[in-house]
Write a protein that binds this ligand. Structure first.
Ligand SMILES: [Cu+2]
Length: 180
């Protein structure tokens, strides 16, 4: 029984080290949150982040005064809230980014998008590489850009990790089934 416990703990430790370490949670606007107060520069906020597929963005706001709408690029540019792709209204909305490319959001309350309450979360195709230093440390131009080949091989490795995790989970499940 002690061996079983030891193995289980080891497996859980392995699992906790694998792909979960790749995803991050980003609070939009940091301590300011999602607001029209204080002229938060969401464009700048977004530009200082390196988003990856699997990351979570959190919109924190007073639900009496704001909301979150996911919209197309055209709607984003025009601040057109007539046909959002999705609307969030809890005041604490966690949205997992599941695809590469641009993800546009704004507040659908009249006038708020025009006042700057809009953000473009851009997940670069090569962004699955190690996190780059923050722009305050190094100007973006000096940050060495990984070659597409490096990114591809890293993506391949990520795939392998996911597979390994799956295999471990299957083995673990059958292992438990055998014991009981
Ligand atoms: Cu608003």
């Amino acid at each position: 029984m002690a061996i079983l416990l030891e193995r289980a703990v080891a497996l859980i430790m392995i699992l906790s080290m694998v792909p979960l370490s790749y995803s991050s949670v980003y609070k939009v606007g940091e301590s300011s949150g999602w607001t029209t107060i204080g002229n938060v520069d969401y464009k700048l906020w977004s530009a200082t982040k390196t988003f990856h597929v699997g990351d979570t963005v959190v919109f924190e706001y007073n639900a009496q005064f704001h909301n979150v709408m996911r919209i197309t690029h055209a709607m984003y540019k025009a601040c057109n809230s007539s046909a959002p792709l999705a609307t969030y209204t809890t005041g604490n909305d966690s949205i997992i980014i599941t695809t590469h490319g641009h993800h546009f959001f704004f507040c659908g309350v009249p006038g708020h998008c025009q006042a700057g309450q809009k953000v473009d979360i851009n997940v670069l195709r090569t962004s699955s590489v190690a996190p780059t230093p923050s722009p305050s440390v190094l100007p973006a131009a000096q940050v060495p850009r990984p070659s597409p080949n490096d990114a591809a091989s890293l993506n391949a490795w990520k795939g392998v990790f996911f597979e390994v995790e799956l295999i471990i989970m299957v083995v673990f499940a059958s292992f438990l089934a055998n014991v009981s």
